[in-house]
Design a protein around this ligand. Structure first.
Ligand SMILES: Nc1nc2c(c(=O)[nH]1)N[C@H]1C(S)=C(S)[C@@H](COP(=O)(O)O)O[C@H]1N2
Ligand SMILES: [Mo]
Length: 408
């Protein structure tokens, strides 16, 4: 993308904010759509509310204050999720609804020689642009499917999306400030503010070495367009292969730290059992937890959708997607007989190691009655998927998934 074009586009976004006024999101009434916009959407989606927010298509409402919007499954039949359908999650009701790009600054300070304050133009034009495809996924994606159900946002599989991100390397931006020796972490926070005195602002950190790996970026474009306001306009951190809790939106402050960040968002929330299966039992919780980190290897069905009816003797393309934390997907297998035998699915070409990878398998139903299919993926490092899993936060779902319905 030409950086001049990008800058003009981002700048134009200010007009949108002015045209629709303050409270861009909060003031617009939700529109309940009558019925489903797509007759192929089966039970699961149709039974959940479809809502409209600015810049968004019909989404599944999880909560409205703050907005948490889930992507309907049928949008995952393509490599890149349209910006209008990319899921939305904010922690605090004090999320930004407008940004004045004339006064916006990204501040960088802490353990550096020269603290910086960048305008959008300085960021877009002052650094080499980078582009990569990466999947964004909430730590609690598919939480509602765990049994017993952990507390928290009750997502099905739509708290994820795949996008092409364009921006600047965090490494390059940090270098401009000159990081002093002794840096151990880098902390990130956005324009969102806590509405309650007891609840601190969302601030997350990465280890210093991770933040300068050349993959972590400050993105100003998503699929070639400025980010939607709800997805972090004008800038967001992209941490390829890591859960989205670190992908700070409407990024406004970066601080280099000489000791690890300690706050509720790092010490209490977003921690997982310290074992490779990310598993524990409700009656026997893991003693040791660690901050959630890289994506676990996982795969899901996109078709058939839950309870989709299949026609006898009609060929049916089973399809879905698989992801891991950045080594790449090596294999996806499907079982049509409840795990007794497994067959290899066809993998679509890889579009980057941080992207999800789509798979498909052609199957013709030869018997009427109930079907249940399973899917499992293996990545290039040999990481597979466990048969069952549970943890108290409902995080990092990585167990083998299934889909079922009737052949008629
Ligand atoms: N500033 C800010 N950034 C944030 C959050 C937030 O509450 N505030 N939530 C994080 C979480 S938990 C998720 S899942 C992703 C969601 O990104 P999206 O809304 O673009 O899908 O944003 C992350 N970045
Ligand atoms: Mo999240």
């Amino acid at each position: 993308m030409n950086t001049d074009d990008t800058f003009l586009k981002i700048n134009r976004r200010r007009l949108l904010g002015l045209a629709t006024g303050a409270g861009l999101v909060g003031l617009l009434p939700r529109q309940a759509l009558s019925g489903s916009p797509d007759s192929a959407i089966a039970g699961q989606t149709a039974s959940r509310e479809q809502v409209r927010y600015p810049e968004k298509t019909g989404m599944i409402l999880i909560t409205d204050r703050p907005p948490q919007l889930e992507t309907p499954l049928h949008f995952f039949r393509q490599d890149l999720t349209p910006n209008s359908a990319h899921f939305v999650r904010w922690h605090l009701s004090g999320y930004p609804t407008e940004v004045d790009t004339r006064t916006f600054r990204l501040r960088l300070d802490g353990l550096v020689d020269k603290p910086q304050s960048f305008t959008l133009e300085e960021l877009v034009k002052g650094f080499d642009p980078v582009t990569l495809v990466a999947m964004n996924q909430c730590s609690g994606n598919a939480r509602s499917l765990f049994s017993p159900q952990p507390p928290g946002s009750q997502w099905q599989f739509g708290a994820m999306g795949n996008a092409q991100w364009t921006g600047v390397r965090l490494k390059d931006v940090l270098a401009r400030a000159g990081v002093k020796s002794g840096a151990v972490e880098v902390a990130f926070s956005g324009l969102d503010e806590s509405p309650m005195p007891g609840l601190p602002k969302v601030v997350k950190s990465l280890k210093f070495d991770h933040s300068v790996d050349g993959d972590v970026m400050i993105a100003y474009a998503m699929n070639g367009e400025p980010l939607p306001m709800l997805n972090g306009f004008p800038l967001r951190l992209v941490v390829p292969g890591w859960y989205a809790t670190y992908w700070i939106k409407s990024l406004a402050h970066i601080e280099v730290l000489e000791k690890p960040l300690s706050n509720i968002w790092m010490d209490v929330a977003y921690r997982i059992p310290d074992n490779p299966e990310i598993n524990e039992e409700p009656g026997n919780l893991a003693k040791k937890t660690v901050p959630i980190n890289r994506f676990a290897t996982h795969s899901i069905f996109v078709r058939p959708e839950p309870e989709e009816q299949l026609l006898l003797n009609h060929p049916m393309m089973l399809e879905g997607l698989a992801n891991d934390g950045g080594d790449g997907i090596a294999r996806v297998e499907v079982s049509l007989d409840n795990g007794r035998t497994w067959v290899d699915a066809l993998l679509d070409p890889e579009i980057g190691r941080f992207s999800w990878r789509r798979w498909r398998y052609l199957w013709t139903p030869r018997e009427k009655g109930r079907y249940t299919f399973l899917v499992r993926a293996t990545n290039r490092a040999g990481e597979g998927q466990p048969v069952t899993q549970w943890n108290r936060g409902g995080f990092a779902r990585r167990m083998i998934e299934s889909t079922s319905g009737m052949v008629v």
